[in-house]
Design a protein around this ligand. Structure first.
Ligand SMILES: Nc1ncnc2c1ncn2[C@@H]1O[C@H](COP(=O)(O)OP(=O)(O)OP(=O)(O)O)[C@@H](O)[C@H]1O
Ligand SMILES: [Mg+2]
Length: 304
């Protein structure tokens, strides 16, 4: 985040002092979306008192652990990025929107709505690199446009890989498409680097974590109390914002309690537990699918 960035002349020419509302940044993986989004945020601070930044990338998240999306709002006069204000977070429960499009779109909407409630007059939304038509990239981006109603979309392309998303948007009055070319300064990350980045981010997030006993029988559990060791969960407040993540260590089906490894020190403000679709190996912080966890992975019986 402190790396020196190259600012292409095309970025400098953008008349950003005239922009407000929700501003979405889209592009394939490794096109410089997050770098441009931070630049956009900084430029908007010159003409807006309250600027919000939403990190909407659950895979290579920049403001929170993977599987989450995070909102932060600039406090008066702050110039640093990221700003130091309160963070609001939603838990998608996966490192990709694939198979999790509803929670991704709804979560992003909750964060943008919160930014509005907090008085932001410009909100930058950084997004995931899921754009391919085969994987439903157009459905995802169009759903975000319909729900978030961005005044502009900054579309960063190498070639024409976004056109299947952009063609209808260019003809519609619902938003404005601003085309940008991906800069050669981008340093691509291969899948191994991306996995290692996520493991490092989880390790850092759980660095101060300790076991916490959670009486899940007294809380709402979404979608249902099917716990197993290593499963990633979120502790949510009554508005569905994630207060902290946790990893299931042990569960007691009789007492209806869980032992959760979490940075949360208490259950104050916790309304619900939301189960993720990801399991973590606590020795390496690498992601595991449930079927990799072995036969010892016994589930609690469903509540009837
Ligand atoms: N204009 C730039 N000047 C210097 N470095 C850049 C620039 N744009 C991107 N980079 C570097 O390239 C790498 C990838 O950039 P960035 O994270 O912005 O891309 P992205 O499209 O958001 O990637 P992802 O698909 O993982 O979300 C980062 O290390 C970033 O510092
Ligand atoms: Mg990014």
């Amino acid at each position: 985040m402190t790396n020196q960035i190259e600012i292409p002349p095309a970025w400098e020419r953008l008349p950003l002092e005239n922009f407000s509302g929700v501003l979405m940044v889209i592009g394939a993986p490794d096109t410089g979306k997050s770098t441009f989004a931070r630049y956009l945020y900084t430029r908007l601070c010159a003409s807006h008192e309250r600027v919000a930044f939403v990190d909407g990338d659950v895979g290579q998240a920049s403001l929170g652990p993977p599987t989450t999306m995070t909102l932060v709002v600039r406090q008066c006069g702050e110039t640093e990025f990221p700003p130091g204000g309160t963070r609001f977070r939603v838990f998608v429960g996966s490192n990709s929107p694939r198979g999790h499009m509803l929670p991704t779109v709804i979560g992003l909407y909750k964060l943008v709505r919160r930014a509005c409630e907090l008085g932001a007059t410009a909100t930058v939304v950084d997004t995931t690199g899921l754009v391919s038509a085969e994987q439903g990239g157009h459905t995802l981006k169009h759903a975000k446009v319909d729900l978030l109603e961005p005044t502009a979309i900054f579309a960063i392309q190498r070639g024409c890989e976004l056109e299947h998303i952009l063609v209808p948007l260019r003809r519609s009055a619902r938003t404005r498409v601003i085309d940008l070319a991906a800069t050669p300064a981008v340093r691509p990350r291969d899948p191994t680097m991306r996995r290692a980045h996520r493991a490092a981010a989880f390790r850092q997030y759980f660095a101060d974590a300790a076991p916490l006993e959670v009486p899940w029988g007294r809380l709402a559990v979404f979608p249902a109390p099917v716990f197993s060791p290593g499963r990633l969960v979120a502790l949510e407040d009554a508005r569905g914002f994630a207060l902290a993540l946790g990893v299931v260590l042990e569960m007691d089906a009789i007492r209806r309690t869980l032992s959760l490894l979490t940075p949360a020190r208490s259950l104050e403000g916790v309304d619900a537990i939301r189960l993720g679709d990801l399991w973590l190996d606590l020795a390496t912080w690498e992601e595991r699918r449930r079927w990799d966890m072995g036969p010892a992975c016994e589930e609690t019986k469903r509540e009837t």
